[in-house]
Design a protein around this ligand. Sequence first.
Ligand SMILES: Nc1ncnc2c1ncn2[C@@H]1O[C@H](COP(=O)(O)OP(=O)(O)OP(=O)(O)O)[C@@H](O)[C@H]1O
Ligand code: SF4
Ligand SMILES: [Mg+2]
Length: 338
Amino acid sequence: MEGKPPVLSVKGLTTQFIGRKNTSVTVVDGVDLLVKKGETLGIVGESGCGKSVTSLSIMRLLGKNGRVVSGQVEFEGKDLLTLEEKEMRKIRGNRLAMIFQEPMTSLNPVLTIGRQIGEVLQLHTPLGWEERKKRTIELIAQVGIPRAQDIFGEYPHRLSGGMRQRVMIAMAMACHPQLLIADEPTTALDVTIQAQMLTLIRDMRAKAGMSVMLITHDLGVVAEMCDRVLVMYAGQVIESADVRTLLRHPKHPYTMGLIQAVPHNARGKKRLYAISGNVPSPGEWPQGCRFAPRCQEAKPICHTQNPPLLKMKDGSECRCWLHEPIATEEAAEGRDAI
Ligand SMILES: Nc1ncnc2c1ncn2[C@@H]1O[C@H](COP(=O)(O)OP(=O)(O)OP(=O)(O)O)[C@@H](O)[C@H]1O
Ligand code: SF4
Ligand SMILES: [Mg+2]
C-alpha cells in the first residue's frame, strides 16, 4: 500500500457549529488524513469525538449551522472545499459516495426505493428510464435484497433496518465510486447481517478497486476490514498506524484503553474494562491534553499543553507527551508494557 497514490487527502480540517447565542464551537480540530487507492482506512473513537462531522465536512453535507473554517480536502486532485456546489453535486454519489449512520434520515420516506436509486443514475449517467429501471433492479439484487422486482416499488418504512442499509449501499455503489465513506454501516444491525454487510463492502471494494473510509466503534470490524486506522479523540487525531501496529502496539493511552475495552481482551476478568469518565463536549475541551482528565499516565505538562501529533519510528503517529519526537523502537516497546 506504501507507494499507492492518495485518493483523498485531508489537511488541517477544522469544522465549527453555530451554537446557542450565536457562538461558534469547534467540533473537528485540524484533522489530517489520507486514503490511498484501494485501501480501507478505519476511523475509531468514542461517541461525540467528531467522526461523522469529519465525513460530512468532506462530503460538504454539514447542514445550515455547520461550516468548515479551515483546511483542504483534496479528492482526485480537486480541492472539494473550493468547488461550486454544482460541481460538488457531480462528484457526490458518483466518484465519492457515502453510507450514512442513520439510513432513515438519508432515505426519502415519500419516494419508492426504485425511484431513489434511479435518481442517482439519472443524475450521473446517460441511461434512459428503461435502462435505469433494469440497472436499479440489478443493484437491489446485488446487495442481497430478495424479491428485487417487488422492492423496486416499496417505500423505505416497509423495509427492516438491515434492508434499508442495503438500499443505502446499492445507492452508494450505483456509479462505482472511487471512494466510499461508510459511517457505522453495521452498528444498528444484528451480528449475522453485520457480517453480510461487511462482506458486501469488501466484495465491492475488491471488484471495483475502490477505496473505503470506514467509521466504526468496533475494533473487531477494524481488524477484519482495515489497512490503516486513525483514532480520534475530542475533535483531533490522537494516533494513526497500520492496523497490525495499532492493535498490537498501541502507543496512546486512549488507544490502549479502547483495545482493553474489547470483550475478548477481558481474559476472564469478571468486569469488562472501561475507560473511566466521558469524552469532553466541544467547547469544554481542557487546555492541555484533551485526554488528561481521564488518563492514568498524566503528568504536569499534560494539564497545560496539548501535545502535537508526532511521527514515531515505526511509521505510526501519536499525540502524547509520553513519546519523544524521535521515539526509538525501544521506547515504543517500553510503552507496550503499560
Ligand atoms: N448539527 C450539529 N449542530 C451542533 N453540534 C453538532 C451537530 N452535529 C454534530 N454536533 C456535535 O459535534 C460533535 C461531534 O459529533 P459527531 O456526530 O461527529 O460524533 P461521532 O464521533 O460521529 O459520534 P458517534 O460515534 O456517536 O456517531 C458532538 O459533540 C455533536 O454533538
Ligand atoms: S499527553 Fe499526558 S494526559 Fe495525554 S495521553 Fe499522554 S500521558 Fe495521558
Ligand atoms: Mg457518528
